[in-house]
Ligand binder design. Structure first.
Ligand SMILES: C[S@@+](CC[C@H](N)C(=O)[O-])C[C@H]1O[C@@H](n2cnc3c(N)ncnc32)[C@H](O)[C@@H]1O
Ligand code: SF4
Length: 380
């Protein structure tokens, strides 16, 4: 590939509190260090600018809690990022979204906000150790609308200890009432050995048994409300309800389509020209390296063509659009493909240009990863 990566991820690790279930690279508090961290991000951007295209398509500020970053530091960062991108998303925790913050984001070119709602039920928010309650979410949402945001996404989690199918149904109803443009609905993942897993072990096992039916409920409820189920866990308002706008998350779509992207910040991952690297997750090591004008410590992994094709298959089949079989040369097991077609789990058709494509059927999408794993040929 030439011309540089067109997608930029920026990691802001600071949070007010560490939620028990969270496994992202985060640090609590550290207000006085936010400014120095932003300096380090901007130094890393300068060092790596040559890897980026002159014009970017998407920028994503993820966390942590980007909107917990000290406002002047966040403002300085946003003002220094490449302008005029198609989609500029910021992740926000509802309790951080004030009228001023919403206006500041909009003024500095942010055009999409991903709100970490998780649930609207008080007992589930308690289990997740969330600060925001349902009212906080609604207030944040209206501040965003008032500031002119017409592309807001909600993150919801299901399979929470203590959750019932009717709790989930009510969460979906509460989310739909606000009519966000986009929804991400994730199964709760609880890492073995964590404090959260110790505290909720038996109940997590009970939730795991219900996960399949929860997934079906999520898809049924959101698609019947007119949302497009465009990726396993992601839904957007369909064009007929969205004045022809394509409301899929363009930045995440770039990951799912196997595009190159540059990641800045602690623990950030980049994938560029057949190589993947991950920055050190240690805040002080990251900041110190960049204060000395050097790249932070990284783990680098080569990505040979067949690994990229396998990823292309695994990620591409999460989408509702087919993948060209030519892109998957050598990684699809022909016998498995024939068997899975017979079972009605996979579609393989010719597209308009006469090229053979591959996609999962609706039944195949519910089984997801299992079907994809079957399709992959053995590694030689
Ligand atoms: C990088 S997190 C940060 C978002 C933001 N700080 C918040 O908590 O709202 C992005 C999303 O990942 C999801 N997430 C985080 N931990 C998860 C877990 N253990 N299992 C499933 N989803 C999780 C949540 O829905 C969260 O909103
Ligand atoms: S606020 Fe978000 S990123 Fe921070 S600890 Fe909680 S879930 Fe993780």
């Amino acid at each position: 590939m030439s011309g540089g990566a067109r997608h930029l991820y920026v990691h802001l690790p600071f949070c007010a509190h560490r939620c028990g279930y969270c496994d992202f690279v985060t640090v609590v508090g550290r207000g006085p260090q936010h400014g120095a961290y932003v300096d380090a991000l901007l130094a890393e951007l300068e060092l790596e600018r040559g890897l980026l295209a002159l014009e970017l398509e998407t920028v994503f500020l993820g966390g942590g809690t980007p909107t917990f970053t000290e406002p002047r530091a966040l403002e300085r960062l946003l003002a220094a990022l490449p302008p005029n991108v198609d989609e500029m998303t910021v992740e926000a925790n509802p309790e951080t979204v004030t009228q001023e913050l919403a206006r500041m984001l909009r003024r500095l070119g942010v055009n999409r906000v991903s709100l970490g709602v998780q649930s609207f039920r008080p007992h589930l928010l308690d289990v997740l150790e969330r600060v925001a309650q349902a009212d906080t979410v609604r207030r944040a949402f209206y501040h965003l609308r008032d500031a002119g945001f017409d592309n807001v996404s909600f993150d919801l989690i299901y399979g929470i200890p203590g959750q019932s199918a009717s709790d989930l149904d009510a969460d979906l109803g509460d989310a739909l009432e606000l009519a966000p443009e986009h929804l991400s609905c994730y199964e709760l993942e609880a890492k073995p050995g964590t404090r959260f897993t110790h505290a909720h072990g038996a109940e997590l096992a009970r939730q795991a048994e219900a996960m399949e039916s929860y997934f079906e409920l999520v898809v049924a409820r959101l698609t019947s409300a007119g949302y497009r189920w465009y990726e396993t866990a992601n839904f957007c308002r369909a064009p007929e309800r969205a004045a022809s706008r394509d409301l899929r998350a363009k930045h995440n779509l770039a990951y799912w389509l196997g595009r190159d992207y540059l990641g800045l910040g602690v623990g950030a991952v980049s994938t560029i020209e057949g190589r993947r690297w991950r920055n050190t997750p240690r805040l002080s090591a990251y900041v110190q390296a960049l204060e000395h004008g050097t790249q932070p410590e990284r783990e680098v992994e080569p990505l040979p063509v067949d690994v990229r094709r396998r990823e292309r298959l695994m990620l591409g089949l999460r989408l509702d659009e087919p993948v060209g079989l030519a892109e998957l040369d050598g990684v699809v097991d022909a016998d498995a493909l024939a068997r899975l077609r017979q079972l009605g789990l996979v579609r393989s058709e010719l597209d308009g240009a006469g090229e053979r494509t591959l996609a999962l059927t609706v039944r195949g999408r519910f089984l997801g990863g299992g079907v994809t794993a079957d399709l992959l040929s053995e590694i030689r």
